[in-house]
Design a protein around this ligand. Structure first.
Ligand SMILES: O=C(O)CCC(=O)C(=O)O
Length: 303
């Protein structure tokens, strides 16, 4: 029986105990108020400014392209602009309502919506993602010791309107050969509270398996036919707080309606027996009894 109060542990331990892992299997997530040190949070936060100063409007290192998809109706000038590395998969995207300009890069750093494939861009991100002893112990306990990174993708919410990320299961976006071997780790860099768009989850909602996602006016999402927001709990975390969650757990983050920015790191991992699968194959797997794909069909993305 789940209560509407989230279970949030005070501190990420050196090694999670069996009760914690049992709780993860049942609820589909574990949250900890205190996981990164203030120094780690500071370095990770300053890294955002460092990356934006280094790459934004630097034509040698990145190309800038105008946003697509959910921002397509808002794009004017630098709004929703995407900066793509010329040498790697690293890219970041400006919030759809903010106009990126080369003469105010620190302000721009506070108005980024998304960072993708950023783990190798700075040692602090590689450390947190791949070497942090307590995090390694936690992920190892959840996925097995030989787990591997799957992706790095962080969403941020600028103050005063950072966009929502509606209800979804991460496995609706991914392509893997099994559902039980993917976990996400989400780390707050600012206080994350309801008003600025903290994580909300449906405890135990992973157990039902894949659910039907639809492209709506906002994004690829689970509609209220599939989830009841009344079952949700908010996961409010201070800077350095962390949540680990199952790839099938329904979760969302509302829009930032406050004047407090909400930045985060996010990494996903796969177990040793989880392989990336061709998308066509996965579409048959993440399907209903009628064989129809329930995940996010990118061919339906507005361009
Ligand atoms: O950080 C957020 O606002 C949402 C992250 C998320 O749910 C995702 O990337 O799947």
């Amino acid at each position: 029986m789940h209560t509407k109060t989230p279970n949030i542990f005070p501190t990420l331990p050196e090694k999670p105990d069996a009760d914690m892992i049992a709780r993860y299997r049942e609820d589909g997530y574990l949250a900890f108020l205190n996981a990164l040190t203030p120094e780690e949070v500071k370095a990770a936060s300053e890294g955002i400014n460092e990356l934006v100063r280094k790459y934004a409007f630097n034509e040698t290192l990145t190309e800038h392209v105008f946003g697509k998809g959910q921002y397509s109706d808002k794009i004017k000038n630098g709004r929703g602009m995407l900066f793509k590395s010329r040498t790697s998969d690293f890219h970041f995207q400006v919030e759809g309502t903010y106009e990126a300009r080369p003469d105010r890069l620190d302000e721009l750093a506070d108005n980024i919506r998304k960072f993708q494939s950023y783990t190798n861009e700075l040692p602090i991100y590689d450390y947190i993602a791949n070497q942090h002893p307590k995090l390694r112990a936690l992920i190892g306990a959840v996925l097995g010791e030989d787990y591997r990174p799957y992706s790095s993708m962080a969403l941020c919410k600028p103050a005063g309107g950072g966009a929502e990320k509606p209800w979804h299961q991460d496995l609706a976006y991914f392509s893997v050969n099994r559902f039980d071997g993917v976990a996400g780790v989400w780390i707050a860099l600012d206080p994350a509270v309801v008003a600025n768009g903290c994580m909300h989850v449906i405890p135990g909602g992973h157990i039902k398996g894949p659910r039907k996602h639809e492209w709506t006016r906002v994004d690829c999402e689970l509609t209220t036919d599939e989830i009841d927001p009344a079952d949700a709990v908010p996961i409010e975390l201070p800077p350095g707080g962390l949540m680990i969650f199952d790839g099938l757990l329904p979760h969302e983050t509302p829009a930032n309606q406050s004047n407090l920015r909400r930045r985060a790191l996010q990494f996903h991992y796969q177990s040793a027996s989880t392989q990336v699968a061709p998308r066509e194959e996965y579409q048959k797997k993440f399907a209903g009894q009628d064989g129809i794909f329930l995940g996010c069909d990118y061919s339906k993305l507005k361009s």
